[in-house]
Design a binder for this molecule. Structure first.
Ligand code: FAD
Length: 292
């Protein structure tokens, strides 16, 4: 219930105005969103962590705004060290205007990234964008075979998706939105996650295990070992500000760990999704507001 309410608030313009104009939210935003992306990336990579950087923004409604999002990404690529990844939301590149436009824009980012030894991963968003996401991903892969894509295990067809994505870089996550017909019980989402993990680990692609869930992290490690993958054969991914000690612990054991680093002024929907994920996050948010 609380999660649904928070996700509904993430789309409310009124709530957005209220939250974003309050000086009291700064501490919470700083916890999840990089204030200075170059500094944060430098600090994380200096500690042996990998990064995937997201220029926050989604749902553009005109071509000019989509063009601006591309320009932001092209400028961002110049700041990143080799081996970094950028996470891209196709709705920010114009997917809701036209699939062709999103493909063109994502292709420009992939081409610029390849020149700098960087990779691109396409985030998964609302359920009505998933068909377009996979169509654009399939088209991009012809020229950019290392472009990654996200699969959300709360979608019942996620296993089928994973089976069709042979050879690809695939980030597996639980899913941060809502979708008709999606699994809602945590046990069902986790079971689906494990089924997908089995397919990805035993396949020919590169699995990216995006979760903070200790049980799923342990299962991923076991499945990787059973599939004969060494530490370079897959990676863990976690969000900036979430379980930083675990990120460092896994990296200290020799695992590849990539931190998803969001930055930019359009942080409101991202922050609300993070608060929706954990009631404790919400308590932290409210406490930091009340303690002022
Ligand atoms: P949860 O069910 O949220 O948590 C499971 C357990 O993990 C908890 O019980 C707790 O033990 C532990 N845990 C979680 N958070 C904390 C915390 N703050 N402190 C301590 N322990 C904690 N979603 C999309 O829909 N599309 C995307 O493209 C996408 N990209 C993502 C990229 C990355 C790198 C990551 C990590 C997530 C991404 N997500 C994306 C979000 C994802 O779908 C989930 O909403 C989010 O990761 C929360 O799920 P979880 O797997 O961490 O497990």
């Amino acid at each position: 219930m609380l999660r649904q309410a928070m996700l509904a608030l993430s789309k409310s313009r009124r709530a957005e105005r209220l939250v974003t104009t309050s000086p009291l939210t700064a501490d919470v935003v700083d916890r999840y969103v990089a204030d200075d992306v170059a500094r944060v990336v430098g600090a994380l990579t200096g500690e042996g962590l990998l990064v995937s950087v997201d220029h926050l923004g989604e749902e553009v409604t005109d071509e000019a705004a989509a063009g601006q999002a591309v320009a932001h990404y092209l400028a961002l690529l110049d700041l990143l060290p080799a081996g970094a990844d950028v996470s891209v939301k196709l709705t920010a590149l114009g997917l809701r205007l036209s699939q062709r436009l999103a493909l063109e824009h994502a292709g420009a980012i992939c081409a610029a990234a390849a020149q700098r030894d960087l990779t691109v991963t396409l985030d998964a968003e609302e359920h009505d964008t998933i068909a377009g996401l996979h169509a654009v991903h399939a088209a991009l892969r012809r020229e950019h075979p290392d472009v990654g894509v996200v699969v959300q295990s709360y979608l019942p067809d996620s296993l089928d998706r994973c089976e069709k994505l042979g050879g690809a870089r695939v980030r597996l996550c639980k899913g941060a939105y809502t979708a008709p017909g999606a699994y809602t019980r945590p046990a069902d989402i986790d079971r689906s996650y494990v089924r997908c993990l089995k397919v990805l680990m035993s396949g020919t692609g590169y699995p990216m295990v995006a979760t903070h869930d200790p049980r799923l992290i342990r299962i991923a490690a076991t499945l990787a070992e059973l599939a004969g993958r060494d530490a370079t054969g897959f990676e863990y991914q976690m969000l900036y500000g979430v379980r930083p000690d675990e990120q460092r612990r896994l990296a200290g054991l020799g695992a590849r760990v990539r931190v998803y680093v969001p930055y930019g002024s359009d942080w409101y929907p991202y922050l609300m999704r993070r608060l929706a994920e954990r009631p404790r996050n919400l308590t932290f948010f409210l406490r930091s507001l009340l303690s002022r």
